[in-house]
Design a protein around this ligand. Structure first.
Ligand code: ATP
Length: 275
């Protein structure tokens, strides 16, 4: 029995391959850094929103990105996901996927998922249906309504519901969920697409303290298997989940390190904390 266990037969991620994010042929999984942004700049009407930015994220990391309003966080996410094209610089995913060669949907297919601040779940559909619609193989509502799910797909939905703590709510309409539960559902919808890199914008805005704690636990449980970049203003939340924190200021990295390093950094105290 032990030897069977040791060989990994009882590991869910070995039994169900849907638990392992798909790896594109061009993505070298042995490479430590999953995302590179080098010398990236973009200007809007002459104003440099991103200014010679260098940003690197390691595979499996949970990185928090902080910065005052207008620091360039959203623009940076827009560049990674192909919504905004930089004027210069390189944005590489994995070893050699040049994100600047891809459009938004190709970037999503390459394995980058983004969750915006406001939850955008289908309120009239059940939690189950929301997850079903988000599944990578499912291309349209019409297709979803006509086709019967196979047992692996049902397993995938139930597993994801379990991960996001909504397994008891699978048949409930998404509209009946609390704000926090809707945010978790949307994270679940992202997970159905099996992204390697998740970009999550202000996940705890408007949440109760308890929901915030649960969100922290959820993100920590996803790190490792996924790589996560969280943009967040709530410092208590950042402190509770952060390994490494990047501080953005005027479109460039002002400081990077542990929360303690950041709190003790003089530039950060001066610029960001207003001391
Ligand atoms: P917040 O925390 O308020 O969301 P942010 O750090 O996400 O701020 P961005 O939204 O990236 O900052 O904005 C960076 C700067 O670029 C701001 O001064 C903003 O006004 C400007 N900016 C962003 N997008 C555009 C655009 N499409 N056209 C003109 N200016 C823009």
């Amino acid at each position: 029995m032990n030897s069977v266990k040791q060989r990994g037969f009882f590991r869910r991620d070995k039994v169900f391959d849907f638990l392992t994010p798909p790896i594109s042929d061009r993505l070298d999984p042995t490479h430590g850094t999953l995302l590179y942004m080098e010398d990236v700049s973009v200007a809007f009407d002459g104003f440099k929103a991103i200014n010679d930015l260098n940003f690197y994220v390691d595979k499996g990391e949970l990185r928090c990105l902080i910065g005052a309003n207008g620091a360039g966080k959203t623009t940076m996410m827009d560049i990674i996901t192909g919504k905004t094209r930089p004027d210069k610089g390189e944005v590489i995913f994995g070893k050699n996927i040049d994100l600047l060669d891809l459009n938004e949907s190709e970037i999503a297919i390459a394995g980058i998922g983004r969750k915006f601040q406001k939850p955008t779940v289908f309120e009239n559909l059940s939690v189950f249906m929301n997850l079903e619609l988000a599944m990578a193989d499912f291309k349209s509502v019409w297709w979803t309504l006509r086709c019967k799910l196979n047992s692996t797909q049902v397993d995938q939905i139930e597993h994801t519901a379990n991960v996001i703590g909504l397994v008891e709510k699978l048949q409930d309409p998404a509209g009946s969920l609390s704000h926090g539960q809707k945010q978790w559902l949307e994270i679940g919808m992202l997970l159905m697409q099996r992204p390697l890199l998740l970009l999550i914008d202000e996940p705890v805005a408007g949440m109760t303290h308890q929901e915030m704690e649960k969100t922290g636990e959820l993100l920590l449980s996803l790190a490792g298997k996924h790589t996560i970049v969280v943009v967040e203003h709530d410092m208590e939340f950042v402190r509770s989940i952060a390994g490494r924190v990047t501080v953005l200021n005027q479109g460039t990295v002002l400081a990077e390190g542990s929360m303690e390093d950041i709190q003790n950094n003089e530039d950060v105290r001066r610029v960001y904390l207003g001391e």
